[in-house]
Ligand binder design. Structure first.
Ligand code: SAJ
Length: 427
């Protein structure tokens, strides 16, 4: 089987290399010359556990090659970004997908299968993609097989989840679905779930929306706890002891290219029907401001002037800053004050300081914004260099809390003077 993958990013590259590892001949196509050069030289442009090894192996076996242009094959897999359009509701921007489809069209032959892995708005396969190929003369389900097979892997665990997750195979016809199942059957050990393309599209979007809405509930709880001086994190721990309750974890906001993007694709298609989804988005988007304000009130309590932000990625142990709430916290802090801000992220090169010692020196407050392993046990040497040993741990991951004079989380947000004030209020 010869597979041509279009897009060699966070999803396309691991997918291409997984096909190669399982015996397919794979051509990976991308519009970035740098990506192509790096890959053919054996260098992986992104951080993802195990990917280096996969690439090395595939190049040695000569069953993977990166190229700027597609070529003929049996299966074409489109895994390009689908960002939000800057319109009223942030609808799905299909222009990379359309560009990818135009690029493969000259190489398509009867009997080929085209798979869209990119996340797309509900009804896109039926209303946009099928008509595109029909216009080019193909009969879908007879001489071209068209499938939407949304990726569902978690960054940081991609190579494992590609194999073991269940996979929705949404064909335009039954024959299309059957083709899709044969193709992913090469390596997927999870269930291959048959669905229509429209069901596949909306399922994928609802998975991330489910998570977004549930995180919003946890974030709202933080605000309630902060107002009533009740530890929201402890409340979550207690409530989750109930067998049917699973409150998610609050944080400085929701980032990444999925949870912060996908719900808008549904909202844009059904604005009147999505008030809960819209409200959840608003709550999650309000968190960076909330965190920035709290950080400033802690800083002022200690008459400090220097904040250190630890972690700029959108979540722990990855190097991805897309839609990162940490960057939003930085923007909010810059808008709200002229405090000196120092930055550090051990997974992201070229931004901020090089070491924890360097970034904590003379700092009055360290704010942890993502749960990188490196922050779990902050070195005493670095803490000792701080001007005030105060930390605001928005992910509650620091194990050696006793090394700080003050330890704040999203569960205990009141500074001493706020607590005194609150006591007076209730007396
Ligand atoms: N977050 C919280 N609280 C939580 C969980 C996450 O604040 O309890 C935050 C994270 O810090 C991060 C954001 O949410 O900023 C998103 O992180 P994530 O780990 O929930 O998800 P992603 O965006 O890395 O990957 C998601 C996954 N979807 C689901 O788990 C339903 C993944 O399986 C999808 O493949 C991926 O989106 C995608 O590509 O759609």
């Amino acid at each position: 089987m010869k597979v041509v993958t279009i897009g060699l990013g966070y999803i396309g590259l691991p997918t291409a290399l997984t096909f190669a590892r399982h015996g397919a001949e794979v051509i990976g196509v991308d519009i970035s010359e740098r990506t192509i050069q790096m890959l053919n030289a054996g260098l992986v442009p992104i951080e993802e556990h195990g990917l280096n090894n996969f690439l090395k192996n595939a190049l040695e076996k000569k069953n993977f090659r990166a190229s700027l242009v597609p070529e003929k094959g049996d299966v074409f897999i489109v895994a390009v970004p689908t960002p939000n359009l800057q319109d009223q509701f942030g609808s799905c921007d299909l222009h990379y997908v359309e560009q990818a489809l135009r690029s493969i069209l000259p190489y398509l032959e009867k009997g080929n299968t085209v798979i869209i892995e990119s996340t797309i708005a509900p009804r896109t396969m039926e209303d946009v993609i099928q008509p595109f190929f029909e216009k080019a003369g193909f009969i879908i389900g007879e001489d071209l097989f068209l499938v939407h097979c949304p990726e569902r892997v978690l960054p940081g665990r991609i190579l494992h989840e590609l194999i073991f997750n269940n996979r929705i195979i949404g064909g335009m016809t039954e024959r299309c679905t059957k083709k899709g199942k044969e193709i992913y059957g090469l390596f997927v050990q999870g269930e291959l779930l048959e669905a229509s393309a429209s069901v596949a599209e909306l399922s994928k979007l609802m998975e991330n929306t489910f998570r977004d809405v549930n995180i919003a509930l946890a974030n709202e709880l933080v605000k309630i706890g902060s107002k009533l001086n009740i530890d929201a994190l402890e409340v979550i721990q207690m409530a989750n002891k109930h067998p049917r309750v699973n409150i998610h974890q609050p944080g400085p906001g929701v980032g990444g290219h999925c949870l912060a993007v996908d719900p808008y694709f549904i909202i844009a298609k059904a604005p009147e029907e999505t008030s809960l989804i819209q409200q959840a988005r608003q709550i999650n988007k309000s968190m960076p401001r909330f965190v920035a304000e709290k950080a400033l009130s802690i800083l002022h309590e200690n008459n400090g002037g220097v904040i250190t932000l630890l972690g700029l990625a959108y979540k722990g142990n990855i190097d991805d800053m897309r839609e990162s709430p940490a960057v939003e916290v930085l923007n909010e802090l810059q808008e709200l004050s002229n405090t000196t801000i120092q930055l550090f992220d051990p997974h992201i090169n070229d931004v901020g300081a090089e070491t924890l010692e360097e970034v904590m020196r003379e700092s009055d407050l360290a704010v942890i914004l993502c749960d990188h392993d490196e922050f779990k046990e902050l070195p005493e040497k670095a803490i000792d260099l701080m001007n005030h040993k105060v930390v605001f741990d928005t992910k509650k991951i620091v194990a050696n809390q006793e090394k700080f004079d003050q330890y704040y989380t999203l569960g205990n947000l009141l500074t001493e003077s706020e607590e005194t004030e609150m006591g007076a209020h209730y007396e």
